[in-house]
Design a protein around this ligand. Structure first.
Ligand code: CTP
Length: 405
C-alpha cells in the first residue's frame, strides 16, 4: 500500500468541514501513514487538538515558535520530513496566503519551507469559491504544481445549495495516493481496465448476467493509479463506488463493452481485460415485458463478440503493446488457461479457480496463477484482491521493462 510508512502533514484550517478532517486523518493512519496534524487558530475554534492527537497518537502542532526539540523549529522539521502535505479543509483565506507565499502561521510556513507535493481540498461558501480572487489563487497554486481537489456541489453550512463542500474522504485519500504515486513504476503508461459482469437484456425488466462483482477489476484500476498510470476503467454495472482520479466509462452489454474497448485500443499501452464478458446474449430483446404463459419458454441465444480475439486480430500499431486476459475456470485450470493464453494472443493470463470458496466471485480475496509464454506458471498465495492487483502490475511492469526498457 502506497501510504505505508509515509510521512503526511495534514493541515486543518478553520471551516465547518473540520469535522470531516478527523475521518481523513483516521483513514490516513489506518493506511499506515504517520500523520502530523497542523491546525490553524481558526481550526482550533471548531475542534480541539485532542481529536487529532488521539487519532494520530502524535502531538498536534499549531504554534510557529514552539521548539520540537532543542535544535529543530517545528516548521522546518515537519516541512523536511513530509512526503506530502494535504490541507483539508483549505479555506479561501489559507489558499490566498499560500498563493501569495505568506508565512504567518505554522501551516503556511511549513508549506513554504517544504518541497513535498501539496494537495488542497478547498471547502467554503459557494460565492467565496466562485470569487475571481479565489479562482485566481487556486489557478496560481495549480500552476505551481499543487493538486486541487474540486469542491463538491450540495448543501452548504449556510443552508444554500452550491459548490463548496469538502469532497468525501475517499476522494481526498484518492488524490493523496495518486499524488504520492506520480513517479511510480507505471508512470507514463496509459492503461485500460475492464471490470464487472456484462448484462444482456431479455426484455425491459430482465437480463442475463454472471456472478462477477467487479472487485478484481476495480482493485487493478486503483493499484495502477497508485503506481502512476493514467487509467480508464470500462465497467459493467457493479454498484462499487467510483475510483477518484481515473476516467470511468459505464457500459452494460458485451456489445457496448466491445465498442468502448475497440474505440480506445490505439491510444493505450496496456489492456487489462478483467471483465466477465457474456459469451451469449438473447437473440432478440423483447420491447415489452415477456408475459408468462402455460407452455414452456425457450430462449434463443446468439454469440457475442469476443473482445480479446478482436483485439488480437487488430493490425500491429493498433494493438496495445501489452494485453492481459483473465480465465475464470472451475476445472482443469492450467490446461484451459494456457489454451486461452495462445488462442487470444495474450502477453499474460491471470487464471483463477472460481469454484474455490475464498477466491473468485463476491469475496474480498483471490488466489491466482500467472501464465505467460515461455515461463513457468507462477502461483500466487491467497491475498486480498488489492494485493493480487499489485502483484499483477509488478509482473506486467517487469515484462514491460524486459521488452521496452
Ligand atoms: N472475454 C472477451 N470477450 C468475450 C468473453 C471473454 O474479451 N466475449 C475475455 C475476458 O474478459 C477474459 C478472457 O476473455 O479476459 C477469458 O474469459 P473466459 O470467460 O474465462 O473465457 P472464454 O474465452 O469466454 O471461454 P469459456 O467461457 O469457454 O471458458
Amino acid at each position: 500500500m502506497i501510504l505505508q510508512g509515509k510521512h503526511i502533514v495534514l493541515g486543518v484550517t478553520g471551516g465547518i468541514a473540520v469535522y470531516k478532517a478527523a475521518d481523513i486523518c483516521s483513514k490516513l493512519v489506518q493506511a499506515g501513514a504517520s500523520v502530523d496534524v497542523i491546525m490553524t487558530e481558526a481550526a482550533l475554534a471548531f475542534m480541539t487538538p485532542l481529536t487529532f492527537q488521539t487519532l494520530t497518537r502524535r502531538p498536534v502542532s499549531n504554534d510557529l515558535f514552539k521548539l520540537l526539540d532543542s535544535t529543530d523549529m517545528a516548521h522546518i522539521s515537519l516541512a523536511k520530513k513530509a512526503d506530502l502535505i494535504v490541507i483539508a479543509p483549505a479555506t479561501a483565506n489559507t489558499i490566498a496566503k499560500l498563493a501569495q507565499g505568506l508565512a504567518d502561521n505554522l501551516l503556511t510556513t511549513t508549506v513554504l519551507a517544504s518541497v513535498a507535493p501539496l494537495v488542497l481540498a478547498p471547502a467554503m461558501d459557494a460565492d467565496m469559491w466562485a470569487h475571481p480572487a479565489t479562482q485566481a489563487n487556486v489557478a496560481t497554486l495549480a500552476a505551481r504544481g499543487a493538486v486541487i481537489i474540486e469542491p463538491d456541489q450540495g448543501r452548504l453550512a449556510s443552508g444554500r445549495m452550491g459548490r463548496g463542500r469538502l469532497p468525501s474522504t475517499e476522494v481526498v485519500l484518492g488524490a493523496v495516493r495518486q499524488t504520492l504515486g506520480r513517479q511510480g513504476p507505471l508512470a507514463g503508461r496509459r492503461i485500460l481496465v475492464t471490470a464487472g459482469g456484462t448484462q444482456e437484456p431479455l426484455d425491459p425488466v430482465r437480463h442475463l448476467t454472471n456472478r462477477s462483482s467487479g472487485r478484481m477489476g476495480y482493485a487493478l484500476a486503483e493499484a495502477a493509479r497508485d503506481a502512476g498510470a493514467t487509467v480508464t476503467l470500462i465497467s459493467a454495472p457493479t454498484g462499487l463506488p467510483r475510483i477518484p482520479g481515473i476516467e470511468h466509462v459505464a457500459v452494460r452489454t458485451a456489445g457496448e463493452m466491445a465498442r468502448a474497448v475497440l474505440a480506445r485500443t490505439g491510444q493505450i499501452d496496456i489492456l487489462m481485460m478483467a471483465a466477465a464478458v457474456a459469451d451469449y446474449r438473447p437473440a432478440v430483446t423483447a420491447m415489452d415485458k415477456i408475459k408468462k404463459a402455460d407452455e414452456e419458454l425457450f430462449l434463443e441465444l446468439e454469440r457475442t463478440e469476443d473482445i480479446l480475439r478482436s483485439v488480437a486480430s487488430l493490425p500491429e500499431g493498433q494493438r496495445p503493446r501489452m494485453v492481459v486476459g483473465f480465465a475464470a475456470e472451475t476445472s482443469n485450470l492450467l490446461a484451459n488457461a494456457s489454451e486461452k493464453l495462445s488462442a487470444k494472443r495474450l502477453d499474460l493470463l491471470v487464471a483463477n479457480d472460481v469454484s474455490a470458496a475464498d477466491a473468485g466471485f463476491d469475496v474480498a480475496t483471490n488466489r491466482v496463477v500467472l501464465l505467460s509464454q515461455g515461463a513457468e506458471p507462477e502461483a500466487l498465495p491467497l491475498m486480498s484482491k488489492f494485493q493480487v492487483a499489485e502483484q499483477i502490475w509488478l509482473r506486467v511492469q517487469r515484462m514491460w521493462s524486459e521488452r521496452y526498457g
